[in-house]
Design a protein around this ligand. Structure first.
Ligand SMILES: [Zn+2]
Length: 390
């Protein structure tokens, strides 16, 4: 039992498909409950549930807080539904959520104005009850999660005490060789600026089976993914109506978010994708953070699985164009036209770097509307086939 309660579950340590959470009980079954519950049934590991009750009682007695448990155990199916429905990607991928272990809870205050103070109280005291504050600020590059003030994980009193004393995350507890990132690293600085607004998890390249997705929607042609952003979506292609998936989602329902759409059949190794720029940071919103060389460095690569071949595209040009202007493409066929086009893109790009594709390279084009800049931002990346999938 000991080894299961400290189990590490994150984007690189998913639970197996056949995972069964052990010893679940209904939180409603606890007599003398010291917390509130929503009407839906909520399950939690029995040890974690007893400790949770003690912790919430202490929060009441010592801090005057009233706790509500807003989430506890989730089945794989529930996690999958939550993930697919949450386009801002603040939900962990199916299999990668601690909620599937039955050892994690989300706790807030009945009085919303007290929620921050309650979180602080729990952060300082949860180890006494065997819980840890799982996703602290400043460790995003280790946990691959932005701070979640409501999320607490049961690991037992012994492990929780060690992690509290030494200030360790669960990742560091399991692997003491993990090096904390240098706070001067561009990615770290970027995280501290955008982190609180960037709800999405820091995933790794997902384990996608396009054939399985095609059973749900035959218009799926690929998957697009950019690290440390919510960009982690199927790519859709409507043969008859280009633009269809900018107003319809993966499930073919009308949607303001739409999907990520491939606008045309790839020609001469040029792939054009388009997605909206949503206020909740979803779809292609994060692309507009690429606005100078520095941000080229922070999101240098976008990964694209097209019909089973995985490419990594490195940005080499970025432009803003008027809505009514066409996306700059080669004028004519042949190597000469191609070279001219690539040269021109480097000239008109508002961002610069040393990458110069040659005329044989495949090119990925990603465009998103941006009211902020009053036009459309178009990014160009040179595609390299990925050698091996880690
Ligand atoms: Zn949670």
């Amino acid at each position: 039992m000991y080894s299961t309660i400290i189990r590490l579950v994150n984007d690189t340590h998913p639970l197996p498909d056949e995972h069964n959470a052990a010893g679940l009980i209904s939180l409603y079954s606890l007599t003398d409950r010291a917390f509130y519950l929503p009407p839906s049934n909520m399950l939690l590991n029995c040890d974690a549930a007893g400790a949770l009750n003690d912790m919430c009682r202490a929060a009441g007695e010592e801090g005057g807080f009233e706790c509500i448990i807003t989430d506890a155990y989730r089945t794989r199916d529930q996690q999958e539904k939550k993930y697919l429905a949450d386009l801002s990607r603040s939900t962990a991928r199916p299999g990668c959520s601690e909620h599937e272990t039955g050892l994690a809870v989300d706790i807030i205050s009945t009085d919303i104005s007290q929620t921050k103070k309650l979180s602080k109280y729990l952060r300082d005291n949860c180890h006494r009850f065997g819980y840890i504050y799982r996703y602290p600020r400043g460790r995003e590059m280790i946990t691959h999660m932005v701070e979640h003030t409501e999320h607490f994980r049961y690991v037992g009193v012994e492990a929780a005490g060690i992690m509290y004393e030494k200030g360790l995350t669960l990742e560091e507890y399991h692997d003491p060789s993990i090096v904390r990132p240098n706070p001067m690293e561009p990615a770290f600085i970027f995280m501290s600026i955008f982190g609180p607004r960037m709800k999405g998890h820091w995933q790794n390249w997902p384990d996608i089976d396009l054939n399985e997705l095609k059973l749900l929607n035959p218009d799926v042609v690929g998957w697009i993914y950019m690290e440390r952003t919510p960009i982690d979506y199927p790519v859709l292609f409507h043969r008859e109506f280009p633009g269809y998936y900018l107003s319809h989602n993966f499930s073919d329902e009308p949607s303001a978010h739409g999907g990520i759409e491939m606008l045309d059949v790839p020609k001469d190794g040029i792939y054009i994708l388009s997605g909206h720029h949503m206020k909740d940071f979803s779809m292609f919103m994060k692309l507009i953070e690429i606005h100078d060389e520095r941000t080229f460095d922070v999101h240098p690569v976008i990964s694209f699985d097209y019909e089973g071949t995985i490419y990594e595209a490195t940005w080499f040009a970025a432009i803003i164009k008027e809505y009514s202007d066409r996306i700059p493409l080669p004028e004519g066929e042949g190597a000469e036209a191609r070279r001219e086009w690539l040269k021109r893109l480097k000239e008109i790009s508002f961002a610069t770097n040393d990458i110069i594709p040659d005329e044989k390279d495949k090119i990925l084009i990603c465009s998103t509307c941006t009211r902020l800049l009053d036009g459309e931002q178009v990014l160009y990346g040179v595609m390299r086939e990925r050698q091996s999938v880690p």
